[in-house]
Design a protein around this ligand. Structure first.
Ligand SMILES: [Zn+2]
Length: 212
C-alpha cells in the first residue's frame, strides 16, 4: 500500500511499534518471558489514545476492503481483555456486532471461551487480533467459534503480523504491517552477540527511541 511507510512512522513515533534497526549500539527488547527480541508492540499506547485507535482501525478497514466486499461479517470477535476496544471500534466503523472471547483456566490448561454473546450457528464472523506473534489466542478464538458452527471468514485481521507466515493455518492474515520478528533465548541472542544490550522497553523508552 502506498502510504504504508507513513503508518509505520506514525506508529513508531507514538511508541506503539518498535523494531531494531540493526545498529548494535542500540538496545533490544527483553520480553516478559525472559526471551530477547528485535521488535515489540506496545498496544496499550494505542488503546489509551481513542482518536489514534479510530484512525488505525480505519486503515485496517481500508486494508480489508476487498476481502470484506465478498462477504460482510455480522460479528467482529477478538480475544479479551485489554485490546477489546480495538475490536469494538472495528465493529463500530463496519456497523457490525462486537463480541469477545475470554481466557479461563481449565484442568487442561488455559482456554478461550465465549460467555456473554449470543453468536448463532452460521453467523458470519471476522476474527481480529492486535498483533500476531504466537498464534495461541487467535487460534483458540477461532476454535471456540467453530465449535458453535459460526461461519468464520477465511481471513483474520490484525494491525501487525510479526509471525513468519502470511497465513494462520489456512487463513490469510490481513495486516497493516508484516515483519518477521526474531525471538531468541538469552544465551542464543544474535543482538547480544553483536554487543546490543537487552532491556525492558517500557522502562527505557528514551534509549529505544534515541536518534543518536
Ligand atoms: Zn539479547
Amino acid at each position: 500500500m502506498n502510504n504504508e511507510i507513513n503508518w509505520w512512522d506514525k506508529l513508531k513515533e507514538m511508541w506503539i511499534l518498535w523494531q531494531h534497526n540493526g545498529d548494535c549500539s542500540k538496545p533490544h527488547a527483553l520480553l516478559t518471558s525472559g526471551k530477547h527480541s528485535d521488535a515489540f508492540n506496545n498496544g496499550s499506547k494505542l488503546v489509551e489514545s481513542p482518536v489514534m485507535l479510530s484512525l488505525v482501525v480505519s486503515w485496517m478497514i481500508e486494508n480489508l476492503e476487498l476481502l470484506i466486499k465478498e462477504e460482510k461479517p455480522i460479528w467482529i470477535v477478538g480475544p479479551a481483555f485489554w485490546a477489546i476496544t480495538i475490536w469494538h471500534e472495528l465493529a463500530r466503523q463496519l456497523n457490525t456486532k462486537f463480541a469477545f472471547t475470554e481466557p479461563v483456566q481449565t484442568p487442561e490448561g488455559k482456554m478461550q471461551v465465549l460467555k456473554r454473546f449470543d453468536i448463532k450457528a452460521w453467523d458470519t464472523v471476522l476474527v481480529v487480533e492486535d498483533a500476531i506473534t504466537t498464534w495461541w489466542s487467535i487460534t483458540k478464538t477461532i476454535n471456540v467459534l467453530e465449535e458453535i458452527w459460526a461461519n468464520v471468514l477465511p481471513y483474520v485481521a490484525t494491525i501487525v503480523n510479526w509471525s513468519w507466515s502470511e497465513k494462520l493455518w489456512n487463513r490469510q492474515i490481513s495486516s497493516l504491517f508484516y515483519w518477521k520478528m526474531n525471538i531468541w533465548e538469552k544465551d542464543n541472542c544474535e543482538l547480544c552477540k553483536c554487543g546490543s544490550e537487552a532491556m525492558r522497553p517500557k522502562a527505557n523508552r528514551d534509549k529505544f527511541t534515541s536518534k543518536k
